[in-house]
Design a protein around this ligand. Structure first.
Ligand code: PLP
Length: 368
């Protein structure tokens, strides 16, 4: 199989697997237990926390481990005070958009921040928002479909000057670009392990030093009372190791991905009626969202699957329906063209040969 869907999920790095395996067998203790078998496991969690903290430039105490990016996003929105207004961008992942919609039924006023035709949140949207004085704004750092990077640091600085809390969903950005919590001027940030070659079902919310959050899970008081539930130890250890590797290998990974994407886009340019969305906007080095006029994206994904090539149409996390991508619609792409969208997202183990095979197969499928 040629796997070209790394924004959906990544395979577990072998080094990460090696680090987590002992915590699925030998070291099975409960980290809350006071005896040595438990303390040893607790110290492995502490190490993972330090490793993740180093990747994003915070202190370990600022990290709350969760079951993934979805939970971290839900937890971030749960900071809202009763009836407080808030805003999210129109291109957020469903794990922000859905809880945001739910919160409107609970008395919170929601503003959707518009994006321009390149998929970037507009300065106008930010300017207009300030007069509404929301308590919190959530804007993602990198979009999962287009890969477009958002000017979070600049907007956050402006919003913070008006005492507005900022959350960023950095799930897709982590491990692909430098993600420094403090330089982003944000108060809350979500990350996820399975996008950086860690295990699925583990993520974290990074919390600013002077920010108070409210738990959505109550119970045994783990994670400083902010996320109860016995820790997913092996997955947390894996997240730590994956973070350590992403930290030390970031430049090398980025160079590889950018070289492959340049090659891919050059070859895609030879296909008539093909558009690469947001091509000339700062994007993640691994992501290409394209569409071929009159060719249904989902059908292409299915045909490519028959040739053992895995890509996604629109957002993989939310796939299953045939609705056009909400991200492309927000960019002003008309519905017909939005339905042509196919996303290729590259990863560490992809090769130039795979790119060439993909483009050859794609060409053969559209001329059938
Ligand atoms: N946020 C973004 C931007 C994502 O792309 C995803 C997953 O695709 C998530 C959040 C959800 O993360 P998780 O799968 O860890 O719940």
């Amino acid at each position: 199989m040629i796997y070209l869907d790394y924004n959906a999920t990544t395979p577990l790095d072998e080094r990460v697997l090696a680090a987590m395996l002992p915590f699925l067998s030998t070291y099975y203790g409960n980290p809350s237990s006071l005896y040595r078998h438990g303390r040893l496991v607790r110290s492995a969690i502490d190490t993972a926390r330090e490793q993740l903290a180093a990747l994003v430039g915070v202190s370990a105490a600022q990290i709350i481990f969760t079951s993934g990016g979805t939970e971290a996003n839900n937890l971030a929105l749960a900071t809202l005070s009763p009836n407080a207004g808030f805003a999210v961008s129109a291109i957020e992942h469903p794990s922000i958009l859905e809880p945001a919609q739910y919160l409107t039924t609970q008395g919170h006023d929601l503003t959707l921040l518009a994006v321009d035709s390149n998929g970037t949140i507009t300065q106008d949207a930010i300017n207009q928002l300030i007069s509404r004085q929301p308590q919190l704004v959530s804007m993602m750092l990198a979009n999962n479909e287009t890969g477009v990077l958002q000017p979070v640091a600049a907007y956050a600085e402006q919003l913070k000057a008006n005492n507005i809390l900022i959350h960023t969903d950095a799930v897709q950005a982590l491990g692909k670009i430098p993600v420094a919590f403090n330089q982003l001027n944000v108060d809350l940030m979500s990350v996820s392990s399975h996008k950086i070659y860690g295990a699925k079902g583990c993520g974290a919310l990074i919390v600013g030093k002077d920010v108070t959050i409210k738990p959505i899970l109550r119970g045994g008081g783990q994670e400083r009372n902010l996320r109860s539930g016995t820790e997913n130890v092996a997955a947390i250890v894996a997240f730590g190791k994956a973070a350590e590797l992403a930290h030390s290998e970031l430049n090398q990974r980025n160079e590889h991905l950018l070289a492959l994407r340049t090659l891919l886009e050059k070859q895609l340019a030879t296909i008539p009626h093909l558009t690469i969305f947001a091509q000339h906007t700062p994007r993640l080095a691994n992501t290409v969202l394209f569409g071929i006029d009159e060719v249904d994206g989902e059908m292409l994904v299915m045909r490519l699957d028959k040739k053992s090539i895995a890509v996604s149409s629109g957002s993989a996390c939310a796939s299953g329906g045939s609705l056009p991508s909400h991200v492309l619609l927000a960019m002003g792409v008309e519905e017909g063209q939005a339905k042509t969208a196919v996303r290729v997202s590259l990863g560490m183990s992809n090769t130039a040969v795979e790119i060439a095979d993909f483009v050859t197969t794609l060409k053969s499928l559209i001329t059938q």
